[in-house]
Design a protein around this ligand. Structure first.
Ligand code: PMP
Length: 368
């Protein structure tokens, strides 16, 4: 680890691979001898157009995006997509189904109701978002314009380990917090979107993979702002207006690094190892640590846990002492409390080993 850096378990923006940061640093002031930083160049310049084209090509290669799908690179984060989805996908149908398994899905659903009717195909709020119900329990409407799900709920630590089967209704996925952590079935989706500040770069943009029947504007509502239009973004190669140039460039470096390591299979293996180690420590603690999420729905990315049945004073002590071991940003989301470790690509396996070692010694010292 580089001098002075810590193990950063932040839920996003989050740890980046050191190699990517160092490459960006090398190119920061004078990008490939062109005399300026990427931050300073026109998005229409030859150099930047090449950066954008290479980023798109690498997204297609790494994720196996079908050639007729559009790759969209958009500003505004995933939250803007919560609005863009109904605005571009409802068409004349007015209703859409939402599988709500956590707080982000809940927000997406709420946003849909501004433009149409968001129907709850399932809602696990009653379990405090700790489960994913079987398909037999979902109330799917065959007439819905689409079915939306959140592949990984960042706050609650709930992850789909499979692509939901929704028959012929177009499937839409928020993959913000498990994007680039495993191979995905793009062609089973009409739209996949992800803010990139967890597993693929800095904050400032989201990536979308869009099926062609939603890229022609035929289902775009009249009130859809130009800025949110999938058709406008797609027709203009994600450069209708000034894109988040520097963020896009850093994502491009992250993608090149991903390719070098062996693609999504590499990140998947790392994620399995890291989360396996941490859940092992939690489950082997005889209840001192507890993860409230049902085992089959547990996230490989975000691991929430409580200490000693939710003892807040002890949790605070844990967070304070963890920092002395360079283990940072382990507090749970402000809405749920407790602790949470986010294990994104930028966090190395050795960081999780350090965390589990610390957890064991903290338990030995503090178990009553
Ligand atoms: N969806 C998920 C799953 C998220 O984790 C987040 C951010 N933490 C969002 C949506 C919202 O993303 P943004 O803050 O980039 O708008």
């Amino acid at each position: 680890m580089a001098e002075g850096r810590v193990y950063n378990f932040s839920a996003g923006p989050s740890a980046m691979p050191l190699e990517v940061l160092e490459e960006v640093q090398r190119e920061m002031v004078n990008y490939k001898g062109c005399g300026m930083s990427v931050m300073e160049m026109s998005h229409r310049s030859k150099e930047f157009m090449a950066i954008a084209a290479e980023a798109e090509k690498n997204l297609r290669d790494i994720f196996g995006v079908p050639s007729d799908y559009k790759v969209l690179m958009m500003q505004g984060g995933a939250t803007l997509q919560f609005s863009s989805i109904p605005l571009n996908m409802l068409g004349s149908k007015t209703k859409a189904d939402y599988l709500v398994t956590g707080q982000w899905g809940e927000k997406a659903h709420k946003e849909c109701n501004k433009y149409g009717t968001g129907q709850l195909a399932c809602n696990t709020k009653g379990t405090k978002f700790t489960t994913i119900p079987q398909k037999s329990e979902w109330k799917l409407d065959p007439e819905a314009a689409y079915v939306h799900y959140c592949a990984n709920e960042t706050v609650n630590g709930v992850e789909f380990s499979y692509t939901p089967d929704v028959d012929t209704v177009p499937l839409v996925a928020d993959m913000s917090s498990n994007f680039c952590s495993k191979p995905i079935e793009v062609s089973k989706h009409a739209f996949i979107y992800a803010g990139i500040q967890k597993n693929l770069g800095p904050a400032g943009m989201s990536v979308g993979f869009l099926r062609p029947d939603f890229a022609d504007g035929s289902k775009e509502l009249k009130i859809c702002p130009t800025y949110c239009s999938f058709k406008t973004t797609g027709d203009n190669g994600s450069m209708y207006n000034t894109p988040a140039c520097f963020t896009m460039y850093v994502m491009g470096e992250y993608l090149k690094y991903t390719k070098k390591l062996g693609g999504l299979a590499y990140w998947a293996e790392q994620s399995d190892k890291k989360s396996g180690l941490l859940y092992g420590a939690i489950d082997g603690s005889n209840g001192f640590y507890n993860c409230p999420v049902e085992k089959t729905a547990r996230s490989r990315m975000n691991v929430p846990f409580t200490i000693n049945g939710g003892d807040e004073a002890l949790e605070k002590k844990f967070l304070d002492e963890a920092k002395k071991h360079k283990l940072y940003t382990l507090a749970g989301h402000r809405s749920v409390g407790g602790c949470r470790a986010s294990l994104y690509n930028g966090l190395p396996l050795e960081g999780v080993a350090k965390l589990t070692d610390f957890m064991k010694s903290f338990m030995d010292e503090n178990r009553k």
